[in-house]
Write a protein that binds this ligand. Structure first.
Ligand SMILES: Cc1ncc(COP(=O)(O)O)c(C=O)c1O
Ligand SMILES: N[C@@H](CCCC[NH3+])C(=O)O
Length: 418
């Protein structure tokens, strides 16, 4: 991999040996390559050049402030799903005027904060949400810009837990319902209709479901225009997949090219909400082998990262590449299950991996930049991992490993009552 190459049998993060980073910052530890994530973001920008657009990075994929800061400096917008993510965008220097707010259950106080900061658009997910937003905006004396998230009922052909554009999913509204929501929105003084959006799922490896969804949105745009409701932007969400193993997703350029071709010369701003395709392959999770435990059934490598640090294998049966940080030729090559210290049989990072392992070895889990740290937890009262960003020759600790005191901060014993 370009930003995480092997040189003389040693894994590097850009120009620094990963083993040096692990020695300095401990394990488990996430490492992000600034050049990798900037490169992916620039691919979106280049593919969209000459076209009115906003690339709103999906903060949920990786919300580290240094990641947001790097993208904000390149002019990124942001797709958020909570007030917490909005606070992060602001703390990282992001522009609220380039923020879109997705999510099925926004709270009135979250809406109020987003209105006060002047975000670009609320992506509405139900008729009920429109009413609450209209009243929050009216009481604040503001006008909320909205888009309606349409559930276009297309099969994203991805894992069922990350497929979001089918009728049976909780997201968005049908096109018929969207028409009713737009008509109602157009009547409300505190609401300005500006766009339409969808997000049909994540880790898509084909262009055709995106194009099916796009065509359905364009039909809706035409129907609305006939009624005098004219939209300014079309937001196709995120969802473009990456290669973790042998998947062959379209390149960012090919995907955007196909969308632009269907869009033709319609006077619409194009908005995208990519997460995974920007950060997944810009990140590694580094872990150390604590013990080797060959049994009659399996060879277990017990490592110091666990499902609380990286839940994707346990939750989605996701396959992530796992390799030695220092390649080994000595010793016994075998098939290993890479498992963590958490008390769950589902606590694994990879199964049946052909590796030559020794106690104390460092392993790198590839493709860990998206939905890694952001989905981590304190399960088993484990402190969350450190995060490091490399950039050329420099290495920055961008989030310290959690301390035990942080995990129990704000908790209290029962008061004495006797
Ligand atoms: C509304 C919305 N937008 C954008 C994304 C980002 O998706 P991805 O990381 O697949 O690009 C998600 C997550 O799937 C989402 O729910
Ligand atoms: N968390 C999921 C992606 C879903 C994104 C949320 N819509 C994953 O790791 O693959």
């Amino acid at each position: 991999m370009k930003y995480f190459p092997y040189r003389d049998g040693q894994l590097y993060a850009e120009n620094t040996p990963v083993s040096e980073i692990a020695a300095r910052h401990g394990t488990p530890c996430y490492i992000y390559s600034r050049q990798a994530l900037e490169g992916a973001f620039r691919e979106y920008q280049q593919a969209l050049s000459g076209c009115d657009h906003m690339v709103c990075y999906a903060v949920k994929a990786n919300s580290n402030l240094a990641v947001l800061d790097a993208l904000a400096r390149l002019g990124a917008g942001f797709d958020i799903v909570s007030a917490g993510e909005l606070e992060r965008v602001i703390a990282a220097g992001g522009d609220p005027a380039r923020v879109v707010f997705s999510g099925v259950a926004k709270k009135p106080e979250e809406m109020a904060l987003a209105l006060e900061l002047g975000i670009a658009c609320f992506n509405l997910e139900s008729a009920a949400e429109l009413e609450v937003l209209a009243s929050v905006a009216a009481s604040a004396g503001r006008v909320a810009k909205v888009s309606v998230r349409v559930n276009p009922d297309v099969d994203a052909q991805t894992h069922p837990y990350i497929s979001t554009g089918l009728r049976e999913n909780k997201f968005g509204v049908t096109t018929e319902e969207a028409l009713r929501v737009y008509r109602r929105a157009a009547e409300l003084q505190s609401i300005e209709v500006v766009g339409v959006d969808c997000h049909i799922g994540s880790q898509l490896t084909q262009i055709s479901p995106f194009i099916d969804a796009l065509k359905r949105l364009l039909d809706l745009i035409d129907q609305l225009a006939d009624e005098g409701i004219v939209l300014h932007h079309l937001d196709l969400g995120g969802g473009l997949g990456v290669c973790y193993r042998d998947e062959q997703p379209p390149s960012i350029g090919d995907y955007i090219g196909a969308v632009r071709e269907v869009l033709g010369d319609r006077p619409l701003q194009l908005v995208f909400e990519p997460g995974r395709s920007i950060v997944a392959n810009a990140g590694l999770l580094i872990t150390r082998v604590e013990y080797l435990k060959p049994t009659s059934e399996h060879n277990f490598a017990l490592v110091d990262a666990a499902m609380n640090d990286m839940i994707r294998p346990a939750l989605y049966q996701a396959w992530l590449d796992i390799r030695n940080v220092n390649e080994r030729s000595d010793g016994h090559r075998a098939s290993w299950d890479i498992v963590g210290p958490v008390c769950e049989t589902g606590d694994f990072l990879g199964k049946d991996r052909d590796l030559t392992l020794h106690q104390g070895d460092l392993l790198a889990i590839f493709g860990a930049g998206a939905y890694g740290f952001t989905m981590s937890s304190n399960y088993n009262s484990r402190p969350r991992a450190a995060e490091v960003m490399v950039d050329g020759d420099s290495v920055h600790l961008v989030r310290e490993r959690e301390r035990f005191a942080d995990i129990i901060r704000g908790e209290h014993r029962l008061p004495d009552q006797g």
